[in-house]
Design a protein around this ligand. Structure first.
Ligand code: C2E
Ligand code: MG
Ligand code: MG
Ligand code: MG
Length: 292
């Protein structure tokens, strides 16, 4: 609280106040060193093709192994990374690590795997974002067509002109774009017709209780049908039960992701995910560089 009032504040000091106000600040400080201290790990959650049951890709999900507080959820630290601008180097590290790992899987005979990487609005809004993505693809040697970038609706409607330009640049290079957490933003549906992208990810809050909650069921069916008539692929996230899987299959949802198939897992366990093998071992990646 005191921090918000500027650096040079003269607040009355009480030990209690210090405890309260320093907690988020220390997390922020720790986050500054997390990259160089190699405390981040990318986990991979398989995505399963509804028709064949095969794993066709994975989503890269960031984890922070804090030395004292153990595992911290991205829900907690991504907002801090965004406030501080640290999301830029961290996001680049995630992209480089995920591309390096996927290239390794491709070389090991799993060339069909796509990798989905979440992109923060702050990354997306960088002047040179296309250049940065292309540099990482060139460095790692990953086929651009195997990369899918996940953006939220909020980040694409912020600056329509820039979005249109960036989307067409990405498309030109064969990079795929998907809209994450679809249905949870506050934007009008007109953006669906304004921008061209490849897939919609139905947010897990709609998938939840799909078989017992008729409202969630209605929303999910409507999203699938709308996406298909717009020629978009539909990915359901947060699929936890066989009943949910069955329901989604009936309505021809294309791809599913969720604990039913596998939790997000370390790269080295990719060959033994619950949903089947999706890569042989892992490459050791430190600071985005492959160690051979
Ligand atoms: P998201 O992109 O929507 O990712 C899906 C979240 O749902 C992940 O949470 C995943 O672990 C979780 N999930 C998957 N299947 C199930 C399921 O069956 N049931 C339930 N209850 N949850 C499931 P996670 O890994 O904690 O990530 C949370 C959010 O943090 C992500 O949501 C994304 O917005 C953000 N995030 C994670 N990694 C990154 C990253 O590298 N960069 C950026 N910018 N954001 C990231
Ligand atoms: Mg995502
Ligand atoms: Mg999502
Ligand atoms: Mg989500």
């Amino acid at each position: 609280q005191a921090r918000k009032q500027g650096g040079n504040n003269h607040q009355f000091y009480t030990p209690q106040l210090q405890l309260v106000s320093l907690a988020p600040l220390s997390l922020e400080t720790d986050l500054r060193y997390a990259l160089e201290r190699e405390e981040f790990e990318v986990l991979y959650q398989p995505q399963v093709d509804m028709r064949t049951g095969q794993i066709i890709g994975a989503e890269a999900l960031l984890r922070w192994h804090h030395p004292e507080r153990k595992l911290i959820s991205p829900v907690e630290f991504i907002p801090i990374a965004e406030e501080t601008g640290l999301i830029i180097p961290i996001g680049e590290w995630v992209l480089r690590t995920a591309c390096t790992q996927t290239k390794f899987w491709h070389d090991g005979g799993f060339g069909f795997l796509n990798i989905a990487v979440n992109l923060s609005v702050y990354q997306f809004n960088q002047e040179n974002i296309i250049q940065k993505i292309c540099d990482i693809l060139r460095e790692t040697g990953l086929n651009p067509a195997s990369l899918e970038l996940e953006l939220t609706e909020g980040s694409i409607v912020q600056n329509p002109e820039a979005t249109r330009r960036i989307f067409s640049e990405l498309k030109l290079r064969g990079i795929q774009i998907s809209i994450d957490d679809f249905g949870t933003g506050y934007s009008s549906l007109s953006y669906l017709q304004q921008f061209s992208f490849d897939s919609l990810k139905i947010d897990k809050c709609f998938v939840r209780n799909i078989t017992t909650d008729s409202k969630n069921a209605a929303i999910t069916i409507a999203i699938i049908q709308m996406a298909h008539s717009l020629k978009l692929k539909v990915i359901a996230e947060g699929v936890e039960t066989q009943a949910e899987q069955y329901f989604l299959s009936q309505y021809e949802c294309d791809v599913m992701q969720g604990y039913l198939f596998s939790r997000p897992i370390p790269a080295k366990e990719g060959y033994q995910s619950k949903a089947g093998q999706f890569g042989a071992e892992s490459v050791e990646v430190v600071n985005g560089k492959k160690l051979l």
